[in-house]
Write a protein of this length. Structure first.
Length: 205
């Protein structure tokens, strides 16, 4: 029997690097949400983590890159929610409501909130194409779920494009006013808000 090696494996090293990258993004997203992007420096993020700014630069070369990666995390969570909704049983209405609830919950969490609270104008021009592609996919997914629900008759909607704007607008606002210490959990807020919104899509009798 050989002694356990004191040296980390390549897989362990990569897991540690991934955890450190995640810690940087989590700290940055929280600070962007609380202070605003312009009022948060990488020195602030480094201080929050108890490391040097040079350590941050080891993982992300610029503050713009940190912001882009935070936005990608949030948008990626929304895309995952869309994938989960697509494989659910039930009517188009059921899948739409599930996606809307997940959307609302995610936008009350750190990375999703960063998508809503940090203006896209903060990104540099070279970061915009990647962001816009992901954002377009999210908008398309919401439109897709609404269209399927209209098609199977489980909701009624005369102007699907306008409805998507209205749904997204309503679901984005909790990212600005939700209080994690409030009386309702983010899941409860999402459920009640989506129930209210879905009433406006009830089939006409």
């Amino acid at each position: 029997m050989t002694d356990a090696s004191p040296f980390r494996t390549a897989e362990q090293k990569e897991a540690e690097r991934a955890a450190k990258r995640e810690a940087v993004l989590s700290a940055a997203a929280r600070m962007f949400n609380e202070r605003g992007f312009a009022n948060t420096s990488l020195d602030d993020v480094a201080a929050q983590l108890g490391v040097s700014k040079r350590t941050i630069y080891h993982y992300y070369p610029t503050k713009d890159r940190v912001l882009l990666e935070c936005l990608k995390k949030g948008l990626g969570q929304l895309l995952d929610a869309a994938d989960q909704a697509r494989v659910r049983d039930g009517s188009g209405r059921d899948r739409l409501a599930y996606f809307l609830c997940r959307y609302a919950v995610i936008t009350m969490e750190d990375f999703g909130r960063c998508v809503i609270r940090t203006g896209v104008e903060q990104l540099k021009a070279e970061s915009m194409p990647e962001y816009r592609t992901l954002k377009r996919d999210i908008d398309a997914a919401m439109g897709e779920f609404l269209h399927e629900a209209v098609k199977d008759g489980s909701v009624a909607c005369e102007n699907e494009k306008l409805a998507v704007f209205a749904l997204a607008g309503a679901l984005n606002w909790p990212a600005r006013w939700h209080d994690p210490e409030g009386a309702l959990s983010k899941e409860e807020i999402a459920g009640q808000l989506v129930e209210f919104l879905m009433q406006g899509l009830n089939p006409r009798t």
